[in-house]
Design a protein around this ligand. Structure first.
Ligand code: NAD
Ligand code: IPM
Ligand code: MN
Length: 348
């Protein structure tokens, strides 16, 4: 059994709380079955405090040499005025590792359906994935500048950047319901018009996949009113960011959605879609499920340890079913109690 290297970025505010929970579940699930070694690295606000940079060179290097990277969440009011914010470090690490595809699954578990403010009948059966382009678009386009009286952001996409994310999303759909929805703003934006042209070329290589296009304003409405319509949503960086937080309303809480960021070579990065939740940090009530499910995704996608991942999935489900959930899901349990119950279920 070769020992895999996992780079761990514990993050800020609730970051360390949920990472501790996730790593405890990982240890309990893997003992005697899967050997790994974790390496804690400075990142985010915590790294600004320690060494003055949210992404020190040592962290980049160690992440590049790891088999997978686990991140909780970074940022928060303490560093909002920093010259280089924690968020800039997050964008930079995605870029350094060339993680151009961010996969954000939304599946409504029937036992959690009553937690959503959306009617159960509308959300039952929801199972889609948002394939978010992660290293281009308005997040990275240059020039970007700000003066006291004007500011400029630039949205760019090349054909090559669009094509690689489309191909990844189309391939994924072949193993799902074979239905791709491209979400854009092609009635206004030049980048979106190019996305549609490239889609028309790429879809010829995937004849079994049904394709439709939706403007982002209408798509954001349909995501809530008819979520079962969607299977694979492929979209640009900013749209994917916004739509994925919206999608979490269907599952009952932002604290439940995991993600994987992938590139061509090198390690994938796994992280919850949510942020550092400064409003609940230190209270011991952060929902650890998105972090734990990100670890489950890592076991499947980076290490092909499907059996261990399945065991975690079952233990999580039993815990939810027993009503041991944090306040965001309507429960009274603490992060530690949820974690302990999942571990107990793993052993059970
Ligand atoms: P947020 O996602 O941190 O929080 C939004 C709301 O959801 C809050 O009310 C929070 O309490 C709740 N929430 C989030 N995760 C939760 C969990 N696991 N359990 C229970 N409730 C949870 O978004 P925000 O408040 O807009 O941002 C806070 C900071 O996080 C900002 O600095 C932002 O830039 C950063 N951020 C980081 C990441 C990341 O590290 N990937 C992602 C998003 C936001
Ligand atoms: C996310 C976050 C980040 C993003 C921020 C913190 C830069 O919102 O991972 O969803 O916008 O990508
Ligand atoms: Mn986001």
């Amino acid at each position: 059994m070769t020992t895999k290297k996992i780079a761990v970025l514990r993050g800020d505010y609730i970051g360390p709380e949920i990472m501790t929970a996730g790593l405890a579940v990982l240890a309990a699930a893997c003992t005697g079955k899967f050997a790994y070694q974790i390496q804690d690295l400075p990142f985010g606000g915590q790294a600004i405090d320690a060494v003055g940079d949210p992404l020190p060179a040592e962290t980049i290097h160690s992440c590049q040499n790891a088999d997978a990277v686990l991140l909780s969440a970074i940022g928060g009011p303490k560093w909002d005025q920093a010259k280089k914010r924690p968020e800039a470090g997050l964008l930079q690490i995605r870029n350094e590792l060339q993680l151009f595809a961010n996969i954000r699954p939304t599946r409504v578990d029937p036992i959690l359906a009553q937690n959503s403010p959306v009617k159960e009948a509308v959300i039952q059966g929801t199972n889609f994935v948002i394939v978010r382009e992660l290293t281009s678009g308005i997040y990275f386009g240059q020039p970007r500048k700000q003066t006291a009286t004007a500011a400029l952001d630039t949205s760019t996409y090349t054909k090559q950047e669009i094509e690689r994310i489309l191909r990844l999303g189309f391939k994924m759909s072949e193993h799902r319901q074979k239905h791709v929805t491209i979400v854009d703003k092609a009635n206004v934006l030049a980048t979106s018009k190019l996305w549609r042209q490239v889609t028309q070329q790429v879809q010829a290589d995937f004849p079994t996949v049904k394709v439709d296009f939706s403007y982002v304003d209408a798509a954001s409405m349909k995501l809530i009113s008819q979520p079962t319509f969607f299977d694979v949503i492929i979209t640009a960086n900013l749209f994917g960011d916004i739509l994925s937080d919206e999608a979490s309303v269907l599952t009952g809480s932002l604290g439940t959605i995991p993600s994987m960021s992938a590139g061509n070579n090198g390690p994938n990065l796994y992280e919850p879609i949510h942020g550092s939740a400064p409003d609940i940090a230190g209270k011991g009530i952060a929902d650890p499920l998105a972090m734990i499910q990100s670890i489950e995704m890592m076991l499947r996608e980076s290490f092909h340890e499907n059996q261990i991942a399945d065991q975690i999935a079952v233990a999580v489900r039993q815990t939810i079913k027993a009503g041991i959930v944090t306040p965001d899901l309507g429960g009274h349990a603490t992060t530690k109690e949820v974690t302990a119950k999942i571990i107990e279920n793993l052993k059970g």
